[in-house]
Design a protein around this ligand. Structure first.
Ligand code: XMP
Length: 552
């Protein structure tokens, strides 16, 4: 049976993946395509709805991204967001102009409660005086429907251009002080235009608005759920693989672990996972991976653990240049994997943990979606004798991968693991890597994470939510600095540990998290007392940019 889907046409805005994620939260499967995708291809995909996203351009400018008018004549509901809304009007004969002032930020918006877009919205702010007050003079000027039909909500606006005239057949269904057409609809043609961003959480009822579009207007059944995804994937993998053999490089990270879990449930011992312990994992992590996927674990598969710690330390001896270290770690991994796969012999499939953001990011910019096939395992396909690549998670966003992991019975500790770089502690030890330095950073990191987790859990118990300071990534790193200290009556000359914790949404920019002083004090004293070879602890305050999250 064909999977029901909505298509998100990407016009280059910054929130476009978010649009797709919000639609998926409504249990509707959706895919992102470039605005350059041809109409015939879209038709062929037979979507139940189409969403045109925001974008950085002005649609009236020469060469700005546009779309064939035919997209509005397919009889498929279309929702335009921000640039997408303006483009819809422009293409259908309305007018878009530059506004005198940019409208930006949280904005009180008056909505027409009769619009199908706004079912079950608008009541949220009735009790909030700031939002429920009488219409201002400017709002009165933009008013386009009866006061009795008007409700108030808060939306996120970010635009210079505005729709100054609606296309024929459209009626206004929302306005603000600065925007006469904050939303408009042509219900006969099932076309909807929204100037604001429902995908952003500052639009308080944004998910409900998107739900109204995909579930009520497009009529999607809402059958995209992770339990059925797991079930269907298992069936599909079985059909595809038959009695063939599959090989997977398992790193212990979320994506490759969920891929392993899924494949194991589907084909059991036809799957072989190679787990390379490069000696640069966090404390006890190698054993944890083995406990889950190894012979005593609860997955049926062939598990090969390669203990390559010494091999890596030998290769890395005397090397201190970060890029050189990264390269050695990557190349050694390929070499080991190659050796192991030679032992196994030819396989039918090489499995990879590619996820949907990898697919989207490698396909944007007008090209058709191309798989970044080397993304996860850096060059493996060149070295392994296989017929085809299999990517069981390529349709999933990260939060969906985690949900699938839980469905498969993977432990929460693994599923909600924070990101960990491929080269591991290799990029958290400044300068040369040695076995002793690895021990120091592993022990310090374990103490630091334990204390942060403990403080966060205590806060959650008393407040019912995560603390404001809860970082998205936190770890200890070993600086290459030794300095003088005193312990008991003895002079020491030992290493300084840097502890780092960042708050970030996309890992492209980040700020140091405001970890409570008492927690840092406990961490400092525990690290110095418990980890031999450390006599100083620094807290890294650097934002990204100018710093990076990792120290190398
Ligand atoms: P940076 O240090 O570049 O890190 O600010 C951004 C995010 O990427 C992770 N990271 C890596 N992940 N291989 C990886 O798989 C790498 O070489 C690598 N370097 C950084 C880092 O942990 C952070 O989440």
């Amino acid at each position: 049976m064909e999977r029901e889907k909505v298509i998100v046409l990407d016009f280059g805005g910054q929130y476009n993946q978010l649009v797709a994620r919000r639609v998926r939260e409504c249990n509707v499967y959706c895919e992102i395509y470039s605005y350059k995708t041809e109409l015939a291809k879209i038709k062929e995909m037979n979507p139940k709805g189409i969403i045109l996203t925001g974008g950085p351009n002005s649609c009236y400018e020469e060469g700005a991204p546009t779309y064939d008018k035919g997209i509005f004549e397919l009889g498929i509901p279309v929702l335009g967001l921000c640039y997408g809304a303006q483009l819809m009007m422009q293409v259908l004969g309305g007018k878009v102009e530059r506004a005198q002032d940019r409208e930006y930020g949280k904005t009180r918006t008056l909505i027409d409660k009769r619009s199908p877009l706004f079912s079950n919205t608008g009541s949220l702010l009735d009790s909030d005086k700031a939002f429920a007050g009488p219409l201002t003079e400017k709002e009165l000027k933009n008013r386009s429907f009866d006061e009795a039909d008007t409700l108030v909500t808060q939306v996120w606006m970010s635009h210079f251009d505005y729709i100054s005239r609606l296309a024929e057949g459209f009626a206004p269904v929302a306005y603000t002080e600065n925007c006469p057409y904050a939303a408009a609809q042509n219900t006969d043609a099932s076309l909807y235009a929204i100037q604001f961003h429902p995908e952003v959480l500052h639009t308080l009822e944004g998910t409900k608005i998107l739900y109204n579009f995909v579930r009520n207007i497009c009529g999607c059944a809402g059958d995209w759920r992770m339990d059925s995804f797991v079930e269907t994937s298992i069936k599909n993998i079985r059909e595809k693989v038959g009695d063939g053999k599959v090989l997977l490089a398992l790193s212990g990270g979320v994506d490759s672990s969920v891929a392993a879990g899924l494949l194991s449930r589907a084909i059991g011992k036809q799957l072989t996972c190679v787990f390379v312990d490069h000696g640069l994992l966090r404390k006890d992590e190698g054993d944890e991976v083995e406990a889950i996927f190894g012979p005593g674990g609860n997955f049926d598969l062939n598990f090969i653990r390669v203990n390559a710690q010494e091999r890596y330390y030998t290769k890395l001896a005397g090397v201190s240049e970060p890029e050189r270290k990264r390269k050695i770690i990557g190349e050694e991994f390929i070499r080991i994997f190659e050796e192991e796969s030679k032992k196994i012999g030819a396989v039918d499939y090489l499995a990879q943990g590619t996820i949907y953001p990898d697919v989207v990011e490698s396909g944007l910019g007008g090209e058709s979606v191309v798989i970044k096939s080397h993304h996860n395992v850096g060059g493996l396909p060149d070295f392994v004798d296989f017929k085809e690549i299999i990517e069981p998670l390529r349709d999933l966003f990260k939060d969906e991968v985690r949900k699938a992991g839980l469905e498969l019975g993977l432990p929460e500790r693994l599923v909600f693991r924070q990101p960990f770089p491929g080269p591991g502690l290799g990029v958290r030890i400044v300068g040369e890597v040695t076995a002793d330095k690895v021990r120091i950073v592993q022990d310090a990191d374990a103490i630091y994470r334990e204390e942060v987790d403990k403080a966060a859990a205590e806060y959650k118990t008393t407040h019912g939510e995560d603390p404001e300071w809860m970082p998205n990534q936190y770890f200890a790193a070993l600086t290459n600095m030794q300095s003088v200290g005193v312990m008991g009556d003895e002079r020491t000359y030992d290493y300084a540990i840097a502890v780092r914790a960042v708050k970030t949404i996309d890992f492209m920019t980040a700020e140091a998290a405001n970890i409570p002083w008492e927690v840092l004090q406990t961490v400092m004293s525990r690290i110095i007392n418990e980890v031999r070879g450390v006599n100083r602890v620094f807290y890294d305050l650097t934002s990204k940019p100018p710093g990076t999250i990792e120290l190398e």
